[in-house]
Design a protein. Sequence first.
Length: 331
Amino acid sequence: MALRDRMGVLGSLLLGFALAPCAAQPTPALAEFPARSIRIIVANPPGTADDVFARLVGEDLGAFYQRHVVIENRAGAGGLIGNTVVSRANSDGHTLAMVGVTRLITELVRDQPPYRALADVVGVAHVASITNVLAVSPAIPVRTAAEFAMYARVRPGELNFASLGIGSASHLAGEVFTRTVGIDAVHVPFSKLSDSLVEKGLGRVHFSVHTLPAVLVPVREGRLRALAVMTPRRSPTLPAVPAIAEVGLPEAQIDSWSGVVAPAGTPRRVVEQLHGDIVRALRKSSVRVLFASQGAESVPDSTPDGFSRMMREEYVRYRALIRDGGLRMSY
């Protein structure tokens, strides 16, 4: 063999040895997932819809992955704190968030929000569709939503409604109800759901529009009176409570939702794996029953792209409500 040919063969062998270790090393995007514990950020207090669903999903994922799944309630400033945390988290799939309309609203009501509601995250799974409930203090002498509307209209500025903070979903829902029905009521923000429930039970706060999971127990115990669900149809969880359209107030309809997002830049493979594993949990009959008991419907047929698209549509909808309603605020 000629010297030139021998050198060519030797060069090929050396190149092959040099490249072999590189080919054998997985890239970060292809590494096994999850490599450690997962945390799910909830920008609301314990007991709220996002918190309930995060714990249900987290428990199933933890058992399936054999990893700790930690639920972190980072409530405050109408969702600003928790939503900013997930926007700034590492995009490796180990930090997720269970979000709802609050993520969109909190950005829209501020002049200089510290995060971008849509651009900072990617949709993973639409988890639940949730019923809102108009609930009043038992001290209010009404039995229907129509009676309450008439009662409140002749008492301008005398009644107040609770929310989980300025810019929260419950704040916007309360504003939609009061404006569409023609009620002049004072907004009272709370940082804890439990505090608002106590104040309504005592009659110092008069009404609210919260998600059904947040008020289900006090309604069943008689500490609150549910007047209407804010959806087109009655909820199987509270079948005796009429839908708001049934009492002649269809313009006050406003429902809610929860879903899992990951920081923007999370590898698509990880997003799809998480989506598949969350959907697997949502399809379990036991999980569907638990969701129904909370007045919610699981959404096992979602896709990551479909959930992202739905959030964009919701963003446009709430932007119009907030701007038309003059709810924009500065901090």
